[in-house]
Ligand binder design. Structure first.
Ligand code: COI
Length: 356
């Protein structure tokens, strides 16, 4: 055992699994890097921060998070620039959002030194796992779950915070087809939609399966009250380029405040693109596709980055979106700019990149 940054204990893997991974063919979320960071909140304080080999946990069958869902996570990414340095994309935004999710789920919050210290130590130890290949990155999964062994329904007093990472390629290998959901809901006013809690994803699986059985890849969620306004998709916020403006649903308590979403809006504004954050009705989107004023519809998220849609299915009819092959389409320009920023090919005037 040795110690590293902020007295984080470090126990290294006896043998790296790096050579087992084909970095030219990286499926999303299947290869896990050699190490993970773990810290426990017990007796009212964070203790025992350590970087250890990626391995199984031993957990009680009565673990409260398994029963009552106090479980939250984040998704973020690290990149290697052309000089071989490792940079994370806006990690402090994920740190802040994780603590907002923690508050909503009645969990303890994570101190910045634990979150950032764990992250930096882990990335230094596993720096060789950060892909340097175009379109690839190191996906980082911080998460926290309740660890009380108690069956009463009450906030847990103990928690485990963990971070592990995976080298990943593209989340979608082709532009996804989205079905506008008008029966099931993801979240409702006053609910937990803005929190990145495990249950939001679990609850979406069945409606998504039904959509997939109809030939779609994902769902475009609409509001819980009228099924009239677009909210977000299962793994991303949603954006439209219509009437010469970048239009996206305003965030609310039922929509996740995406870090990629915010970054794209900042970038677009800096280019002089007019941005509208407001309610976006499905009727105006369909109208825009039909009259040709809607040129692009795309998802924005850590995992998907920028993902143009091919089809929007609504009330049994498929609406085809124009192909965005042209280099000057907004989604292509944003995607390229984000990649250039992340790999150090353009100057980071936004202050988005965080060197490890
Ligand atoms: C992310 O973009 O990090 C997400 O949360 C999507 C993930 C559930 C795959």
């Amino acid at each position: 055992m040795t110690t590293d940054l902020l007295n984080i204990e470090l126990r290294k893997a006896e043998k790296s699994r790096l050579a087992e991974v084909d970095f030219n063919n990286l499926p999303f979320g299947k290869h896990f890097s050699d190490h993970m960071f773990v810290a426990d909140f017990v007796d009212g304080q964070w203790q025992n921060p350590q970087v250890v080999p990626f391995d199984n946990f031993s957990l009680s069958p009565a673990l409260s998070s398994l029963h009552y869902g106090q479980s939250i996570f984040e998704g973020m990414k690290a990149y290697k620039n052309e000089q071989g340095e490792v940079l994370m994309f806006r990690p402090l935004e994920n740190f802040r959002r994780m603590n907002e999710s923690a508050k909503r789920m009645c969990m303890t919050t994570i101190p910045e030194e634990i979150f950032m210290g764990g992250l930096e130590t882990l990335l230094r130890v596993d720096a060789d796992w950060v892909p340097g290949t175009a379109g690839s990155s190191l996906y980082i999964r911080p998460y926290m779950f309740a660890t009380d062994t108690f069956l009463g329904v009450a906030p847990s007093k103990s928690y485990r915070f963990c971070i592990f990472t995976c080298p990943v390629g593209a989340y979608y290998t082709k532009p996804p087809k989205l079905k506008v959901e008008t029966e099931y809901i993801r979240s409702a006013p006053g609910g937990v939609g803005y929190a990145k809690c495990a249950g939001n994803y679990g609850g979406a699986l069945y409606p998504t399966l039904l959509a997939q059985q109809e030939g779609y890849d994902q769902i475009m969620w609409t509001d819980a009250v009228e099924h009239k306004y677009i909210e977000e998709s299962g793994t991303m916020n949603i954006m439209f380029y219509m009437n010469g403006k970048l239009v996206t649903p305003a965030t609310s308590d039922s929509i996740l405040k995406g870090v990629t979403r915010d970054s794209i809006l900042q970038i677009a504004r800096s280019w002089g693109v007019e941005v509208e954050e407001r309610k976006v009705s499905i009727d105006e989107v369909i109208q825009g596709i039909e009259d040709g004023t809607l040129l692009e519809a795309f998802g924005a998220g850590t995992a998907v980055v920028v993902s143009p849609y091919s089809v929007i299915g609504y009330k049994g009819k498929d609406y085809m979106l124009p192909e965005v092959a042209e280099e000057n389409s907004l989604s292509k320009r944003v995607y390229k700019f984000l990649n250039d920023l992340r790999t150090g090919r353009v100057e980071d005037t936004f202050g988005f990149m965080y060197k490890v």
